[in-house]
Design a protein around this ligand. Structure first.
Ligand code: NI
Length: 140
C-alpha cells in the first residue's frame, strides 16, 4: 500500500537550492521532491550508522565552517578542550577568506566520539561534518 504523503515547506539559501537542483538534474531524478526524499533517507541512514558507533574507536572528524560566524570559533575551541582526551590531534586549513576546514584525529570510546561529532554538527556556521571510524586492532 502506498504511504500517505505529507507536504512540508522549507526555506533554503538560494545557492544551496541551485546546487541541489544541479545535482538532481545530473543524477536524473524526475522531481525535486524525489531528490529531497533520497537526501533525507541518506541523512537517516548516516545517523543510524552513527548511533551504532560504540566501543574503542579510532577515527577522524572533518568539518568545514564559516569562521566569521559570530561565536563559532570560541564554541569550537570549547568543545575541543572539553574533549581533549579523545581529540588526539587536529589539522586546520584556511580554505578561503571565511571558510576553514579542520580534521580532528580521535581515539576513544565510541559514545564519546559520537557525542563530540553531534555537538559539532549542531553549531551554527558549521557547513559540513563527517565522522569516519575504525575499530583498532580489528583485521579488515
Ligand atoms: Ni582558518
Amino acid at each position: 500500500m502506498e504511504q500517505e504523503l505529507a507536504r512540508i515547506g522549507v526555506s533554503l539559501p538560494e545557492n544551496l537550492l541551485d546546487r541541489f537542483d544541479e545535482i538532481i538534474t545530473k543524477r536524473g531524478y524526475s522531481s525535486r521532491s524525489e531528490g529531497i526524499r533520497d537526501a533525507i533517507r541518506g541523512y537517516i541512514r548516516y545517523y543510524s550508522w552513527m548511533s551504532e558507533v560504540e566501543g574503542e574507536r579510532v577515527g577522524t572528524i572533518s568539518l568545514v565552517y564559516d569562521h566569521s560566524q559570530r561565536g563559532l570559533v570560541n564554541s569550537l575551541l570549547d568543545i575541543e578542550h572539553d574533549f581533549s582526551e579523545i581529540i588526539r590531534s587536529s589539522l586546520h586549513v584556511h580554505i578561503s577568506h571565511d571558510t576553514c576546514m579542520e580534521v580532528l584525529l580521535v581515539r576513544g570510546e565510541g559514545h564519546d566520539v559520537r557525542k563530540v561529532t553531534e555537538k559539532l554538527m549542531t553549531l551554527k556556521g558549521v557547513k559540513h561534518v563527517k565522522l569516519t571510524t575504525i575499530v583498532p586492532g580489528e583485521d579488515i
